[in-house]
Write a new protein. Structure first.
Length: 390
């Protein structure tokens, strides 16, 4: 019983540790913007030909003007590929740059097509260079803005402005057009690159996320944003609308629930191990009190008898820990196949060895302490009373 309970408890405890680390990681993700008083409105349009794309451009420009006119709105912008939006798909690809020595540096980065005032609306700080100007917003120019994380990943020095970045050459061919870097922003700890797409250009199909920086978090502003969409096209559905603080909290709902659920089962398994140790050692101690009394009468030391009884369940406990390590490896394989969004480093068995060793040590120490408490009756055995009964 102790063997089975220990094996299952260790597997549950290690799985719980993985889910808790994933939840903490997600909670500490730095998206690089101020979420306070930030409203997001997402719509999806279909633009499968030139005519519908032209209509989309008219629709978006009209909505922009109506959103800017809402009282209490400071900035209005828009972007594609906002990876923090619920149910969104993160778009990323590889980019490279050649340094002065001819060495090519690569990195994978999320890329975003943005409208004017995006950095002001999001609260990103431009630390080098500049924002896109009106000419770049209203014409097709090969310019880009990167964040500090991408600058570090590409090993670019302080002279990033003016350098050219390429899509991964293996995917786009050796002669693709370079994008000149005109600015560097602080926008989180993940590599990101920003392009222009709106203004005088036509808007393709897909999700389009309006971003509103407001004076306050007012439900009236959210309602006015809905009305602005429907005023331009009353048949246009809104895919998502909400305050960004709430949307980010919603993203944590699933990992928080998984961590809490597995932790509850792990705690129950751990409690069962201790209850099993206490029950078996307590029963064994009470059933051998006559034997212990005789041993004490013949000169045995009480402390030695008590210590031996305390660790009586140690062999099946150690065997259960060894089996639990194997179950933990199998549990990691299940998590890798069933749970999406976890980074590979969290699911590496070797990376979890330290946590598993600490959990095993905690199981051994608490089980021995429980056994010591359960066998404490040995210290109160009166050898004279036992001999009189004999």
């Amino acid at each position: 019983m102790i063997f089975v309970e220990t094996a299952l408890a260790l597997a549950l405890l290690s799985s719980s540790g993985i889910f808790l680390k994933d939840y903490i990681r997600r909670s500490n993700i730095d998206f690089g913007f101020n979420t306070k008083n930030l409203l997001m409105v997402s719509v999806v349009r279909v633009g499968d030909n030139d005519a519908t794309r032209d209509l989309n451009t008219i629709f978006y420009n009209d909505v922009f003007e109506r959103l800017r006119a809402i009282p209490g709105v400071r900035f209005v912008s828009a972007a594609t590929n906002l990876d923090w939006v619920p149910r969104s798909t993160s778009w990323s690809t590889s980019f490279d740059i050649d340094d002065s020595d001819g060495t090519t540096h690569y990195t994978s980065a999320n890329y975003h097509n943005i409208a004017s005032d995006y950095f002001a609306a999001m609260g990103h700080r431009i630390i080098a260079g500049r924002d896109f100007n009106n000419s770049e917003m209203t014409s097709t120019q090969n310019v880009a803005i990167i964040n500090t994380a991408m600058m570090r990943a590409l090993q670019m020095d302080s002279q990033a402005i003016g350098n050219s970045i390429y899509y991964e050459r293996g995917a786009w061919g050796p002669n693709q057009t370079p994008y000149s870097v005109v600015g560097v922003v602080e926008s989180g700890d993940q590599p990101r690159i920003y392009f222009t797409q709106w203004g005088g250009q036509r808007v393709d199909d897909g999700a389009f996320n309006f971003i509103l920086r407001t004076e306050e978090k007012s439900p009236m502003i959210a309602q006015s944003a809905r009305e602005a969409i429907f005023a331009v096209d009353k048949s246009q559905p809104i895919a998502e609308i909400g305050w960004v603080e709430n949307l980010l909290a919603w993203r944590l709902r699933e990992p928080r629930s998984l961590a809490a659920l597995v932790s509850v089962f792990a705690f129950l398994g751990y409690a069962l191990v201790l209850a099993g140790v206490y029950g078996t050692i307590s029963h064994a101690t009470n059933s051998r009190l006559r034997e212990y009394g005789i041993r004490l009468a013949m000169g045995a030391l009480p402390f030695r008898l008590w210590l031996r009884a305390s660790v009586a369940n140690l062999p099946p406990l150690l065997a259960g820990i060894a089996a639990g390590a194997g179950l933990s490896w199998y549990a990691i394989k299940i998590i890798r196949g069933k749970v999406t969004g976890m980074p590979p480093e969290l699911l590496d068995f070797r990376a979890n060895l330290e946590m598993m060793a600490l959990l095993s040590l905690a199981l051994i120490v608490t089980a021995v302490a429980t056994g010591a408490f359960a066998s404490r009756g040995i210290m109160r055995v009166d050898p004279a009373a036992i001999l009189r009964h004999e």
